[in-house]
Design a protein around this ligand. Sequence first.
Ligand SMILES: Cc1cc2nc3c(=O)[nH]c(=O)nc-3n(C[C@H](O)[C@H](O)[C@H](O)COP(=O)(O)OP(=O)(O)OC[C@H]3O[C@@H](n4cnc5c(N)ncnc54)[C@H](O)[C@@H]3O)c2cc1C
Length: 427
Amino acid sequence: MNIPRTSYPRIVIIGGGFAGISLAKKLSKQEVQVVLLDKHNYHTFQPLLYQVSTGGLEPDSIAYPIRKILKDFPNFHFRLAHVNEIDTVSSKVITDIGELKFDYLVIASGSKTNYFGNEQIKANSMAMKTIPQSLNLRSLILENFEEALLTSDLNERNCLMNFVIVGGGPTGVELAGALAEIKKGILPKDYPDLDTRLAQINIIQSSDCILKGMSDQASQKAEDFLEKLGVNVWKNVRVTNYDGKTVTTNTDLTFETATLIWAAGVMGATIKGLDGAELITRGNRILVNEFNQVKGFDNIFAAGDIACLVNEEFPNGLPMMAHPAIQQGEQLGDNMLRLIEQKPMKPFEYKDKGAMATIGRNKAVVDLKRFKFQGVFAWYVWMFVHLFFLIGFRNRMVVFINWVYNYIRFDREARLIIRPFKKKLKK
Ligand SMILES: Cc1cc2nc3c(=O)[nH]c(=O)nc-3n(C[C@H](O)[C@H](O)[C@H](O)COP(=O)(O)OP(=O)(O)OC[C@H]3O[C@@H](n4cnc5c(N)ncnc54)[C@H](O)[C@@H]3O)c2cc1C
């Protein structure tokens, strides 16, 4: 990998997501060598992926080159590499560009889409976990409208204009709201010769409420907002299969659709070598102690979505969200320095910053520890928080200008099919 061995201890971090980047930032000014490996050369701000999928933002405004984030740190090395295996006996990682020895290893590989073992759904549905997947979805949505315009078969047109989102968490809700706004604001202008009333947006949730992790108040309000926008909210319905055209459920309900978006869950993105049953717990996450140390190892840690850190408040592990990942990365940085200096490490304490989701223009729900509010003010808070956490001044400016423009013009400029997504509708 062409990384020099120095007198400093070498810390290898797998993953340049929220946890990996906050950890690398903490460590890179210190007397350690930091090597960050990621299969992408950019950090993705996943909370805004749905805006890329729906043409609200270009991908480069929610992604940031990893090398640029850490360019000023002399002891920092980045390599574009897919880590295939961790050899815990020889303390090395095995990647598609070679092997690398580590003194300390931090797994911050995040999570991947969980299809709960259903291969047909995996093959036929659309996921939204990465920028390429969001671009595929954007292309497919737009291609569907183009095809709907051409077909004289009403069933096929309905199918092309019917969108089914599985999962009523923040991702599903935000996507449903954005699609409803496209139906209302964009379709009639872009496709005057298409009966845009045919466009249907369905969100399916297996439990009895959407935004399950949030307060009842937020959940109810979000549902009201979605219904106001014309979204069909289906609760207590579990999707059982999708063959590319028909969605079947555990009830009598079926949906004919060319687009099933799977936002029903994620699972830890484990790596061979550290994926043994004794280490893996609920959600395919690696069990760690209060110092983020992987069970049985002094020099291997995990942080962010991949790590399952259990405490009294969170018996199933901390939520798979950006804040726990950032906080774990920062605290782990301090702890690793303490460990190297042979000082006792400090246990991780999660400071819960609350949760929020936006449903559309002037519509958001915010649950803070002390306050819960919904509507226009919540929407401003949502925007401010997301702008604040975006990496890079340019990205913040671009996103802000886009949002102002979209707000004033009721528009989404990035509705481009740059890279067509090939999906053939079953006849
Ligand atoms: C659509 C969507 C919306 C979301 N909205 C919100 C929200 O509104 N609020 C919120 O708090 N959270 C939200 N989340 C969750 C949040 O994004 C995650 O909790 C957070 O990204 C976890 O950070 P992480 O560092 O653990 O992993 P990630 O940010 O996922 O980073 C993992 C990194 O590891 C790399 N990687 C993985 N495997 C390998 C490998 N084998 N080799 C090399 N590199 C590898 C990946 O390329 C990636 O860069 C959302 C997630 C999604 C998908």
